[in-house]
Design a protein around this ligand. Structure first.
Ligand code: ZN
Length: 288
């Protein structure tokens, strides 16, 4: 099964999104960022959350799912689009802290969850902030939907990791649309509540139609659309040189090595960009 996002609606005014992203979670979390065990599981859950929330964006745009905390896992960001493009990262300082984690204290401590929405053509990105209520990203994301979006919705992030491998990374979002009757709401709530352990839905990695039938029981649904999930990082040499040109001369000096070069790395895709100090200074002069 290729990684994908699937969308459905019910005849009772609910919208459902399913995310199946095991291979992409393994690629970004383990291969690119060298994470294993619990940190890999949290990293992957963040990706599922970003992809699910991105399905709410109207038109082309990017949703950013970001948190900081006072635990070793102190920084995380994932960008996803409604078309299934995704990238995610932890800074190298976070990787160092995670690597020396004692396996006992909370990995994600107290902190904040930031959900950013950037819709193309509109200049100002929108961001909402909530306090982390748990180490469990499912609970934080449900809390976000309730508090910030005032959406009556259920989200579940279901990643299973064994050692250094993502066994599966999936999730669903069930969202109530305007016009739902009390009777339909009760039916949906009873149906969802009858699933005691949502992780079990994905355990055997069944096809979407099997999972959606288990999720919705007897409710009638329409399958709207699927998008493949693909890793994509829009970083470019030009963008990096523009950012360098904006920092102070002193700071540039501190970044420059013996051979008068500045070496930078993209936190997301780990691509390395190399610049001559004189070229950046020239670029800087042209800006002024
Ligand atoms: Zn990149």
């Amino acid at each position: 099964m290729k990684d994908h996002v699937a969308r459905f609606t019910t005849t009772t005014n609910y919208r459902i999104a399913l995310v199946r992203c095991s291979q992409t979670a393994q690629l970004i979390g383990n291969e690119q960022h060298k994470l294993t065990n619990k940190p890999l599981s949290y990293f992957s859950d963040g990706m599922v959350a970003a992809l699910l929330l991105a399905t709410q964006l109207k038109g082309n745009g990017v949703l950013s799912y970001e948190f900081d905390s006072d635990g070793p896992f102190d920084n995380y960001r994932c960008d996803a689009t409604p078309l299934g493009y995704i990238r995610a990262m932890i800074p190298s300082s976070t990787f160092d802290k995670i690597s020396t984690w004692d396996n006992k204290s909370p990995l994600i401590g107290k902190g904040n969850l930031y959900i950013g929405k950037k819709i193309n053509q509109t200049k100002k990105p929108y961001q909402s902030v909530i306090k982390l209520v748990s180490e469990n990203l499912t609970l934080n994301t449900i809390y976000y939907l309730k508090i910030s979006e005032q959406i009556n919705g259920i989200i579940h992030l279901c990643t299973m990791v064994k050692n250094n491998k993502v066994i599966h990374s999936d999730g669903f979002l069930v969202e109530e649309l305007p016009g739902t009757t009390d009777e339909d709401r009760t039916r949906m709530e009873n149906q969802i509540n009858s699933i005691k352990e949502p992780g079990i839905l994905f355990q055997n990695q069944d096809e979407d139609d099997v999972i959606i039938k288990r999720l919705l029981g007897n409710l009638t649904y329409n399958h709207i659309k699927d998008f493949d999930i693909n890793f994509a990082c829009p970083c470019t040499e030009k963008r990096f040189s523009q950012n360098l040109a904006l920092i102070s001369r002193n700071e540039l000096n501190s970044l420059t090595d013996e051979s008068d070069e500045i070496i930078t790395e993209c936190d997301f895709c780990k691509k390395v960009y190399q610049f001559k100090l004189k070229d950046i200074l020239q670029f800087k002069n042209n800006l002024n």
